[in-house]
Design a protein around this ligand. Structure first.
Ligand code: NAD
Length: 352
């Protein structure tokens, strides 16, 4: 069934949503809403039949709209999403889900109460490369996860209202949440950061997350790096993958190389004497299909509504990312100490 949608927010990111919902076979893009009418009009062009709206209230009162996609600044996500849910519309909200965890939890609860889909646009999760990484992990190709190292650095726009963790790390965290079985549930979070220029916010950040079972994940985000690096290494007991997002010819490499430890003893001294051997096997670069992530994301949103199920990146996935970001803020305030993640007590279920 084709569903009607309105996009709210036609700034930098909104036009990408407009383009993808417009060309999706699952969706009928009915209207684009922005407080600034000229921006909304520019996105759809002069000769389009898509309507322009400047009032959210009027948009939500339309009965030809089943859902809204929200691409407004993070602090406005929750009031717009709550109004849409109260009006009976399914909601897709840009990352981050909300600007704080309690507010995000309220969005999830309201969506559940109304039996509506609440989806977070964790765009990277819908890229062919992340989808493949998720499959490789789920199929056991990497074996047991031992470590994860993610680097997302470049000369970035220094944000006045959020630190570099809130700006860049949602990408890494949502990817980890997507590919790790059971989602991202670190044992604790340690965040170290610096504002060496005195810009008013942490511009260089290191996030350390011990994972259940003894593995560890590390995320480096930085607005001050003259070189751009987008790289993630996921080390497994069988194979290790390297994802270099800036290398389209070989975005993903799988290495049959690693360290094997031969010991059956539970005793620590015995284990220390265990035999170590190095596997030096082949490297393999899987081919990946070329598909736009937002097109896949739009399809998943429609499928979740039609099949009355939670989407892959539901509101709860958005909450798990917020839990880590808030733990990072607490850790920063405690000088980088490892702090526990305050996990949501929301019961599972619902479509959000
Ligand atoms: N998924 C991604 O990779 C990705 C990338 C960039 C931005 N984003 C997210 O997209 C969202 C928007 O970011 P942006 O850079 O496009 O911001 P922006 O400031 O360029 O655009 C926001 C637009 O929203 C409009 N707006 C604000 N409040 C409104 C309201 N109440 N009703 C209607 N319109 C309203 C503004 O007029 C503006 O045109 C943010 O949440 C951001 O985190 C996601």
């Amino acid at each position: 069934m084709t569903l009607g949608i309105g996009v709210v927010g036609a700034g930098y990111w909104g036009p990408n949503l407009v383009r993808n919902f417009r060309s999706s076979p699952d969706w009928d893009l009915v209207a684009v809403c922005d407080l600034d009418e000229a921006k909304a009009r520019r996105v759809i062009g002069d000769r389009s039949t898509i309507e322009v709206e400047t009032s959210l209230e009027r948009l939500l009162a339309r009965d030809d709209i089943d859902a809204v996609a929200i691409a407004t600044p993070a602090q406005t996500h929750s009031p717009i999403a709550l109004a849409a849910l109260q009006a009976g519309k399914h909601v897709l909200v840009e990352k981050p889900l909300a600007d704080s965890h309690p507010v995000g939890a309220q969005m999830v609860q309201v969506a559940d109460q109304h039996d509506l889909v609440l989806m977070t646009d964790h765009t990277f999760c819908y890229t062919p490369v992340v989808q493949r990484i998720g499959e490789l992990i789920a199929d056991g190709v990497l074996g047991e996860i031992l470590f994860i190292d993610s680097v997302r650095i470049n000369l970035g726009l220094i944000q006045p209202d959020v630190n570099v963790f809130w700006d860049l790390a949602p990408h890494d965290l949502s990817i980890l949440d997507y590919v790790l079985p059971g989602g991202l549930r670190p044992v604790s979070v340690g965040a170290q950061g610096a504002d060496p220029l005195g810009a008013g916010n942490v511009c260089v950040g290191y996030l350390t997350m011990p994972l259940p079972g003894g593995a560890i994940a590390h995320v480096h985000v930085n607005w001050l790096s003259p070189t751009k690096i987008r790289q993630m290494v996921i080390g497994g007991s069988r194979q290790t993958l390297v994802w270099d997002d800036l290398n389209p010819q070989q975005r993903l490499s799988l290495y049959d190389r690693g360290v094997d430890l031969h010991s059956v003893s539970a005793d620590a001294t015995e284990r220390a004497r265990a035999q170590v051997s190095y596997r030096l096997g082949d490297m393999h670069a899987p081919t990946l299909p070329e598909r736009e992530a937002l097109a896949i994301m739009a399809g998943e949103f429609a499928a979740a509504i039609n099949e009355k199920r939670a989407p892959r990146t539901d509101g709860r996935a958005g909450l798990r990312v917020l839990e880590v970001l808030e733990a990072a803020d607490r850790s920063l305030a405690e000088g980088g100490a490892l702090v526990p993640v305050e996990s949501t007590v929301l019961t599972t279920g619902g479509a959000s």
